[in-house]
Write a protein that binds this ligand. Structure first.
Ligand SMILES: Cc1ncc(COP(=O)(O)O)c(C=O)c1O
Length: 366
């Protein structure tokens, strides 16, 4: 068959090991998955109640415009309804952007390490990928800017950045956006937006008001606890959304996912509680790092990137035997580190205890 040449040798996305797999492998009954930055507190109790009482007509296609969710979200964000593009997770938004703008002869600029799907989708479209190493876990915006040329179509910014958790400093971001040519799309991926607690952070929706080439991506998968429902969205000026929308599959969010996201959006109390609990968890990890002289990046998300001073794969394997699934830094471009989703307070306590055992055994604290 006549496959695109760039698909040769490409591998599918490697998700962390599943809970069932690990249970079987190690004969464990309890597994805690802290590998994919989902919300350890699940979703709002209102979502659970809604699902219990759910009655829908499965034979009918969903509303392709996601009108109910669109209206609620536009109001909550403070934008017009036609400034939103919904995706089957923000993963699909990345694929829509790539299909719309990337092709052979065109290049795209991103940080490394950052979220792997920018690169993956760009390669499928045959675009040249220009990856700029982070400096101390943060985007090197100066170098990213210098890599932009007349063939650059998309620049990807991830803030807070996965896997480091660092936020792009507001003033630098502002200057960068001013400098980038208007015909280059700037994607600002804010998958962890709801967890940001930096007081200097200003709402990026202001950028959208001023710049027609800025697209902000957010998701219901993280703080809203709805990763299994697959709802992500992008916010931009109406003309930009209009150009991207034809690339979207017509019924890309299911009937249930649209309704559930709308219910979750309205429970601001639950969201605030999750934010507060995430801060408590963050402190547990930061204290552990300080006490044990391990480097930890200052995270603004619901995950940490923590130094382990030993092979990350070894730590990953040993923690799995003890019932914790995390991500090895070797798989994320950060060897010597592990990425861990901040769990509940008791999960974190137990996890750090087990991590301490593993590192002790490996001679890290000797
Ligand atoms: C930075 C970032 N962007 C996008 C996504 C994709 O999220 P989803 O497709 O679940 O909305 C993730 C998921 O881990 C992420 O970390």
């Amino acid at each position: 068959m006549k496959w695109k040449a760039q698909l040769n040798g490409m591998k599918p996305y490697q998700p962390g090991r599943s809970v069932d797999d690990v249970k079987k492998m190690f004969g464990l009954t309890e597994i805690v998955k802290l590998a994919s930055n989902e919300n350890p507190f699940g979703a709002s109790p209102k979502v659970h109640k809604f699902i219990e009482q759910l009655s829908i007509n499965h034979a009918i296609y969903p509303d392709g415009y996601a009108s109910g969710l669109r209206q609620a979200l536009a109001e909550s964000v403070g934008i017009e309804e036609n400034q939103l593009l919904f995706g089957n997770g923000s993963d699909e938004i990345i694929s829509i952007i790539s299909r719309a703008l990337l092709q052979p002869g065109v290049n795209t600029v991103m940080a490394t390490p950052s979220f792997s799907q920018y690169r993956h989708n760009a390669l499928i479209e045959g675009a040249e990928v220009r990856e700029i190493p982070l400096i101390n876990g943060s985007h090197d915006l100066q170098e990213m800017h210098s890599q932009i040329d007349e063939n650059t179509a998309v620049v990807w910014l991830c803030s807070p950045n996965n896997p480091t958790g660092t936020l792009i400093e507001q003033k630098q971001l502002d200057e960068f956006i001013q400098k980038v040519p208007q015909e280059v799309l700037i994607v600002l991926d804010e998958a962890y937006f709801e967890y940001i607690n930096d007081p200097s952070y200003k709402n990026s929706i202001d950028f959208i008001k001023k710049h027609g080439n800025v697209l902000v991506m957010r998701t219901f998968s993280k703080a809203y606890g709805l990763a299994g429902f697959r709802v992500g969205y992008a916010i931009g000026q109406k003309d930009l959304i209009c150009r991207l929308d034809p690339v979207r599959a017509p019924f890309n969010n299911t009937v249930i996912s649209q309704d559930v996201a709308k219910v979750a959006l309205q429970d601001t109390v639950f969201l605030e509680q999750c934010r507060e609990k995430n801060e408590i968890g963050k402190k547990q990890f930061n204290d552990f790092a300080t006490d044990n002289r391990l480097h930890i990046y200052p995270t603004q998300g619901n995950f940490v990137l923590l130094e382990v001073k030993v092979d990350s794969d070894y730590v990953f394997e040993e923690l799995m035997k003890k019932g914790y699934i995390i991500r090895s830094g070797n798989a994320l471009g950060t060897p010597g580190y592990i990425r861990v989703t901040i769990g509940t307070q008791s999960q974190n306590e137990d996890f750090l205890h087990k991590l301490s055992d593993v590192l002790n055994h490996a001679g890290v604290f000797a």
